[in-house]
Design a protein around this ligand. Structure first.
Ligand SMILES: [Zn+2]
Length: 638
């Protein structure tokens, strides 16, 4: 397709330098040797957008919207400021998906709004419809009158019955990766950063929140929001519901439905310590307040790093702060991802891998090396599973292949855990002090910018590698970034605590009681369960369950690990509680694998799983529905 540019050309010489000797199986890198473009020329490198951001760039978005729960739509106007990158440009191209566009106007030099003949392109299943707006010379602002679709993939509208309080409806968004365009016309690419403001009108009794400075309700009953720092569109976020607030300190707090507010504030009470640790390692927090919102259980992710307001799943509320590494992760995105952003989803590891590394470093600062290493080993287990499941080797490279079908396919443990281990490798080779200084400077030098893998490698080369040329070879670097799986230079993390767990498991399998488990953390329980051999007997399942009460356990991570073992081993006694779990939890990390395991077991189990899914599906997020539909579709007709 036309917009399908190759990698960032200005970096070609460094790539040729630092990746000298790259082989034929990496045509992407070889190509860059051939291309040279002036450094000031912007090449469109994100194929997941209709936007002509190499010619015209959005700079600001101003939303004025009614949040209409009866019709399940956002309805109003989006006013867009833009600037020319290419002075000969005559049209502004925006992404939309399933939006109804009623009119487009442009602001003339005389201060008058006048109608513009726009065109809305055909709908592409992944990209949506291109909105093309011709503009006259000197024009830099357009206003689009529109409404969203009730089926917008980025918005989940919950009925009162689907909330804990049962009295009020609830709305929350998930814009990453391509869903901002289902909420507003926008240049929906992480390469473009915008500031935004919004005016929202919501039904009485509901509180709207956005990824922005929150304003109180004014005398007209409207709420005003302002995001002064430029963000990529995937960080646009909205939540509306019967939401209450509890402060943790003077600039950190928790929003939630009242049933879980106190528990959430207690569970996340160490967030200020995490912020201190993050700031000490990587420089200042630059977003003003940092709040968390605990969403209803249908939220499909562990967390989403919306700036100033991380969206969190209630499945993190374990009662013992054992799952708060997800908070550390979302907070870490305030540096990697939100402050320094991948310029296309092919570079998603720059967001998620760097963040996972920062998260782990913060966990080490706060809770010691033992916990950090346990989390590395668990991440490695997940990575190995995703490496085995990868449909082709190119999908196990850190730099995703140019023919990636959908950005969602980039969000596997390859971008998260392999990315994290790549940074650990760099830390091992350059030394912690050197590498910490490098990363801190990186966040500073690229603050509020978006960059590609190749720009990162150039920066690594210039800042660190030229000073320490013997620390690593270009072949090693290349193997990590453009090679499959885990390279030879990977050093497997080893946990002493897990070695003790292994011994307890061995003894238990030999018939002894499982001893000395009283002080085990969630991590140790997960390791204990995940490494159980296949083929446990019914009796062994019963012994485990009666000793440790796994079935129906409140800790969602341990319950999930147990249900996975139970499904694999055919331990039917979990049935009722497993169904409860699937009916009450919408977090993709759990439910995708549970449904996949149930579906593949046998036809009876699959029929049962379909029945549960049919009941649970209306409560799941559109993103989760799409994923689970695909799981069952594999067995269609069988
Ligand atoms: Zn993340």
């Amino acid at each position: 397709m036309r917009f399908f540019a190759t990698t960032t050309p200005a970096l070609s010489f460094v790539l040729a330098l630092s990746l000298a000797g790259c082989s034929a199986n990496n045509p992407q890198v070889q190509d860059t040797k051939q291309i040279q473009a002036p450094a000031d020329k912007i090449i469109k490198a994100d194929k997941f957008t209709h936007a002509n951001y190499d010619k015209v760039r959005m700079t600001h978005l101003s939303l004025n919207l009614d949040v209409n729960f009866d019709e399940k739509v956002l309805d109003g106007t989006a006013t867009i400021n833009f600037k020319l990158v290419d002075p000969t440009a005559t049209v502004l191209q925006l992404d939309t998906k399933d939006l109804t566009i009623r009119s487009v106007e442009g602001l003339g030099a005389d201060g008058q709004w006048r109608g513009i003949d726009y065109t809305l392109g055909e709908r592409d299943d992944v990209l949506g419809s291109k909105l093309t707006i011709p503009f006259r010379e000197g024009m830099n602002k357009v206003r689009i009158d529109y409404r969203t679709s009730p089926k917008a993939e980025g918005l989940q509208w919950l009925s009162p019955a689907q909330t804990a309080g049962k009295k009020h409806p609830y709305l929350f968004s998930q814009a990453q990766a391509l869903n901002a365009r289902t909420m507003t016309p926008v240049q929906d690419t992480p390469a473009v950063r915008i500031t935004y403001d919004a005016t929202l009108r919501v039904p009485d009794g509901l509180l709207p929140l956005m990824s922005a400075e929150q304003g109180a309700m004014d005398e007209n009953g409207e709420y005003h929001f302002k995001m002064p720092q430029p963000i990529p569109s995937y960080l646009l976020a909205i939540a509306v519901g019967d939401i209450k607030f509890k402060a943790i300190n003077d600039h950190i707090g928790v929003y939630a439905e009242s049933y879980i507010l106190d528990a959430a504030a207690e569970e996340f009470s160490e967030t200020p310590m995490m912020e201190v640790a993050n700031t000490k390692l990587y420089g200042p927090y630059r977003w003003g307040r940092y709040d968390l919102i605990v969403l209803p259980p249908s939220f499909p992710f562990g967390g989403m790093e919306n700036p100033r307001l991380s969206f969190m799943t209630p499945t993190l509320i374990a009662g013992d702060k054992s799952l708060t590494n997800v908070v550390a992760h979302e907070l870490a995105h305030s540096w990697s991802g939100n402050l320094v952003t991948n310029s296309s989803w092919l570079d998603a590891w720059l967001n998620e891998g760097v963040t996972s590394y920062v998260e782990n470093r913060v966990m080490e600062e706060l809770y010691g090396e033992g916990r950090a290493v346990m989390e590395q080993v668990l991440a490695l287990d997940d990575l190995m599973r995703d490496l085995r499941a990868a449909k082709r080797p190119a999908l196990t490279h850190l730099k995703m292949p140019a023919d990636l079908a959908h950005p969602d396919d980039a969000f596997t443990q390859i971008t998260y855990a392999k990315g994290q281990f790549f940074l650990q490798f760099l830390e091992q080779r350059f030394g912690r002090d050197e590498f910490d200084a490098f990363l801190k400077k990186y966040f500073d030098d690229f603050a509020f910018q978006s960059l590609s893998t190749e720009e990162f490698i150039k920066y690594l080369h210039d800042e660190l590698h030229v000073k320490n040329p013997d620390a690593l070879t270009s072949a090693e670097l290349k193997a990590w970034v453009y090679g499959p799986g885990l390279p030879d230079s990977f050093i497997t993390p080893k946990s002493d605590a897990f070695a003790k767990v292994d011994a307890v498991r061995e003894a238990w399998l030999g018939g002894a009681a499982a001893e000395e488990t009283a002080n085990w953390s969630t991590h140790e329980w997960l390791h204990f369960l995940n490494k159980m051999p296949v083929g446990l007997s019914e009796d062994q399942f019963e012994r485990l369950d009666s000793a440790f009460k796994f079935t129906g356990m409140q800790n969602a991570e341990i319950a999930f690990a147990w249900y996975m073992q139970a499904i694999k081993g055919g331990y039917g006694a979990v049935d009722t509680q497993l169904e409860n779990f699937l009916m009450s939890v919408g977090r993709g990390k759990f439910i995708y694998r549970l449904y996949a395991e149930l579906a593949k077991r046998d036809e009876d189990t699959r029929t049962e799983a379909k029945r549960i899914y049919k009941n649970a599906r209306p409560g799941y997020h559109p993103i989760a529905q799409r994923r689970i539909d695909a799981i069952f579709a594999k067995y269609a007709g069988g």
